[in-house]
Design a protein around this ligand. Structure first.
Ligand SMILES: Nc1ncnc2c1ncn2[C@@H]1O[C@H](COP(=O)(O)OP(=O)(O)OP(=O)(O)O)[C@@H](O)[C@H]1O
Ligand SMILES: [Mg+2]
Length: 488
């Protein structure tokens, strides 16, 4: 059905795709697996017309495919679903559904409505056509985007890491949908660095490492084979060690904070030096609000917050920074890094290389250079964050953390990272914990919560439903509690 032959795509010195050849059969789900920065997204952007290759060719259904933009690619039958679907948020569901129709707007809303309803019904999706796209969850946006691409006649559907921001039930529905599409003869390319997902849903997989194909497999194969193809070695998980806890770092008493969709209610806890607290729960259950309240990004409506015994309830973000609170957001490009600024410029902005209005550019560049090599960021001092792969953006955020942190607050610290990078990140974080940093982090990955937290708070509808000792719980119990229920 689809053949990519000897695709090369370089970004300056970076060989993102270095002679990639891949064949995909119709009616199958084909996995594209590889570590962070392996070149997966680049290859798929080439296929979907978002990037043009330096050399190489693509054959679709036996004929050469020449596309120079995404529109032509969709017209040829290839559609790419981005990790964060790019809908027009102020527009309605129905309007978004009809975007990109050839020949402009069709003046037959009733027909469009009927088609949306028919397609939704086929895959058990539930949409109200007239609400704005803004009100949809990431999972629902994906579903809408899939329907839009299908209605445009796409025969090859590419999904780039589709499961990072969706709930477990949405994931089940997505997998069922992909299986149904493949059974109907469509070709699905599923990009991921998560072995379990590739094993669960794919028929075949191509493995990339550093821009080259390291393997073509027919599933199932042992997971250890896939790990070796991905990383060129086996990955050994570090043993958990415990440290003695120190003084209280942060203390919350009866904190409440109302947000648009959820009200954080009566949160009281103390985190001590060297302690790691994990926040579990469905997205929007209050974890995010709690982290922001602790970071001074949002004032609580009630209750008190103390840092090292001092009341900081109504202090701002800068005050928190001064006393050693550091916040790592999940939205790396939206809140953590600045698009368009080079890594050197990031250090000039954040570091101590600035005196008044004078910027010490050499100092900033030296610091950037040193951190890039220490944190193995695949980039140069002149790279901008949007040119880095997701995993490397996260490394850069970590590389920009100050040396001394009392309280580290993190949203999804390893979201989008492959196993090796995630292990590496936690190694860095646990070293900070050993030095007495208190860590509070949210995660959707139950294994990550169990492995690294000492205590886990399970959030449900803005409240801490249960506080667990991480060593005494299991993934199943956590799964039930997150859904608001006790284990049956
Ligand atoms: N627009 C760009 N400019 C410069 N370099 C880029 C650009 N896009 C990607 N790269 C580089 O190409 C390499 C491959 O990146 P790509 O995004 O394809 O990786 P990936 O396999 O999708 O990784 P991840 O799992 O982290 O998403 C990386 O080293 C990245 O920094
Ligand atoms: Mg990618």
């Amino acid at each position: 059905m689809l053949e990519l032959v000897d695709i090369h795509k370089h970004f300056g010195p970076v060989r993102a795709n270095d002679g990639v050849t891949m064949r995909v059969e119709a009616g199958t789900i084909h996995g594209l697996l590889g570590e962070n920065g392996a070149g997966k997204s680049t290859l798929m952007k080439v296929l979907a017309g978002f990037l043009s290759a330096d050399s190489g060719s693509v054959m679709l259904g036996g004929a050469p495919l020449e596309v120079s933009n995404p529109k032509e690619s969709v017209a040829a039958g290839i559609g790419l679903l981005h990790q964060d679907p790019l809908l027009c948020l102020p527009f309605s569901v129905l309007e978004n559904f009809t975007l990109g129709r050839p020949g402009g707007v069709r003046l037959e809303p009733a027909a469009d409505r009927g088609e949306l309803e028919e397609l939704s019904g086929r895959f058990d999706f539930q949409f109200s056509p007239d609400v704005t796209a803004r009100s949809l969850t990431v999972g629902e946006r994906q579903q809408l985007e899939i329907l839009r691409l299908l209605s445009l006649g796409v025969r090859v559907l590419i999904l780039d890491e589709p499961t990072t921001a969706i709930s477990a039930s949405q994931r089940r529905l997505l997998f069922a949908t992909l299986r149904k599409l493949a059974d109907e003869g469509l070709t699905v390319i599923f990009v991921s660095h998560k072995l379990e997902e590739i094993e669960e849903i794919c028929d075949h997989a191509t493995v990339l490492r550093a821009g080259k194909v390291t393997g073509e497999v027919e599933l199932p194969v042992p997971a250890s084979d896939l790990v070796r193809l991905m990383f060129g070695k086996n990955i050994v998980l570090e043993e958990r060690t415990d440290v003695a806890l120190g003084e209280p770092v942060v203390e919350l008493r009866d904190v409440t904070a109302a947000e648009r969709l959820v009200t954080l209610q009566d949160i009281s806890f103390t985190a001590r030096a060297g302690e790691v607290i994990g926040l579990a729960g469905l997205a929007g259950s209050g974890q995010q609000t709690l982290l922001r309240v602790c970071a001074g990004l949002r004032h609580p409506d009630g209750g008190t917050i103390r840092l090292h015994g001092k009341d900081v309830t109504s202090a701002g973000y800068n005050r928190h920074l001064e006393v050693g609170v550091h916040w790592l957001p999940a939205d790396r490009l939206g809140e953590g890094l600045v698009e368009g600024l080079s890594i050197t410029e990031h250090y000039a902005l954040a570091g101590d290389t600035r005196q008044g209005f004078v910027v010490d550019w050499d100092g900033a560049r030296t610091e950037a250079d040193e951190k890039i090599s220490r944190f193995s960021v695949k980039g140069t001092t002149e790279s901008t964050p949007e040119s880095l792969s997701g995993g490397n953006q996260q490394r850069l955020l970590l590389a920009m953390m100050p040396d001394h942190i009392e309280l580290l607050l993190m949203e999804h610290p390893t979201r989008g990272l492959d196993i090796e990078s995630a292990e590496w990140v936690w190694h860095q974080l646990l070293e900070r914990r050993n030095d007495g940093t208190a860590i509070v982090f949210s995660s959707a990955d139950l294994d990550e919560l169990r492995r690294y937290a000492d205590r886990i708070f399970v959030f449900f509808a803005g409240k801490v439903l249960r506080e667990l000792v991480a060593a005494d719980t299991d993934t199943e119990e956590l799964g039930y509690l997150i859904g608001g229920k006790d284990r049956e």
